[in-house]
Design a binder for this molecule. Structure first.
Ligand SMILES: [Zn+2]
Length: 309
């Protein structure tokens, strides 16, 4: 069976097996030689994914149906960095800017961005997490999948570590463009295929259907969005602005960039991670974090987030 790339449509792809170290299972991924998109060879149907994310995902990966204090602290710190990224971007953010966070999880980003002046709401398919966010922080979270969102005049859409789980990247970009008003902003964060500071054991997860580099992420958005700002030292963060008119075709990554992506599967290894990516220091950072998390008691989720920023 030949596989058609879900970005450029080419069937000029090659496949190999990778390992999900968390679930201890193998699965095949495919790389497009035309555009450099890296995807799982077998993408599940929308129905299967919808059922999975509304029910089992958090249990499989975090062993819980509501966020624990240590997860809230980590999510709060990440949310704070993302708000800083937005605030330091060359854009005009007016008061009460309407923000929609897709895949809002436990609501940490929605709550902290509201505290920073955004008129923020979230959408999250998992019932346990969205109810938790509403109850603990009093924020508005729609318990649903993205397709059910009816908003069409948002100033900003944010989507953090969700896009790589979605089956049809081009359809998702179109849907997000529909949610935004003219000139609206899209802020995406995904794991970065080309980053050095991820352990080779931490690269592939069965739940991640796509493995983006800045070149392929920008290509996925290119029909509807222009790039404003890219951060790719670590996780990949890109801020986009909605185009006045969508283009008919995507802008494909250059041959040179496609080659860079393909070569990353040859070069990537422990030496790169330990030295170039400073992985050698990671055990110390993790011990320090665990020591702080161990002391997290007698504090409500809201108090914890309020102490962050
Ligand atoms: Zn392709």
């Amino acid at each position: 069976m030949t596989l058609s790339c879900r970005l450029c449509g080419s069937d000029n792809t090659f496949s190999f097996e990778v390992i999900d170290h968390k679930q201890k299972s193998n699965f095949p991924i495919s790389v497009c030689k035309q555009c450099g998109l890296v995807q799982q060879t077998h993408i599940p149907s929308e129905e299967t994914l919808s059922l999975y994310y509304s029910h089992n995902y958090r249990m499989d990966y975090k062993n819980t149906y509501t966020p624990k204090l240590k997860h809230i602290r980590r999510a709060g710190l990440a949310a704070f960095e993302r708000i800083e990224f937005l605030m330091t971007s060359p854009i005009n953010i007016k008061d009460d800017c309407k923000l929609v966070d897709i895949g809002a999880g436990g609501g940490e980003f929605v709550y902290l961005s509201k505290r920073n002046g955004f008129d923020a709401i979230g959408i999250e398919p998992n019932h346990g997490y969205s109810e938790f966010a509403k109850r603990e922080y009093g924020v508005e979270i729609i318990t649903s999948m993205l397709d059910d969102l009816t908003e069409s005049s948002a100033d900003i859409v944010t989507i953090f570590h969700v896009f790589e789980h979605m089956a049809n990247p081009l359809a998702v970009m179109k849907k997000i463009a529909d949610v935004l008003k003219e000139g609206g902003l899209l802020f995406v964060e995904v794991p970065n295929l080309l980053q050095d500071d991820a352990s080779p054991h931490n690269r592939f997860f069965k739940a991640h259907l796509y493995y983006y580099s800045k070149y392929t992420l920008i290509a996925c958005a290119s029909k509807y969005f222009d790039v404003i700002k890219v951060h790719d030292n670590g996780n990949l963060r890109v801020l986009f602005k909605k185009k006045a008119l969508a283009t008919k075709t995507i802008s494909k990554p250059s041959d040179e960039h496609v080659e860079l992506i393909i070569n990353s599967f040859v070069d990537k290894g422990w030496l790169n991670y330990l030295f170039k990516g400073k992985g050698i220091f990671k055990p110390f950072i993790i011990i320090k974090r665990l020591a702080i998390e161990f002391k997290l008691r007698n504090v409500t989720p809201k108090e914890l987030l309020d102490s962050i920023g």
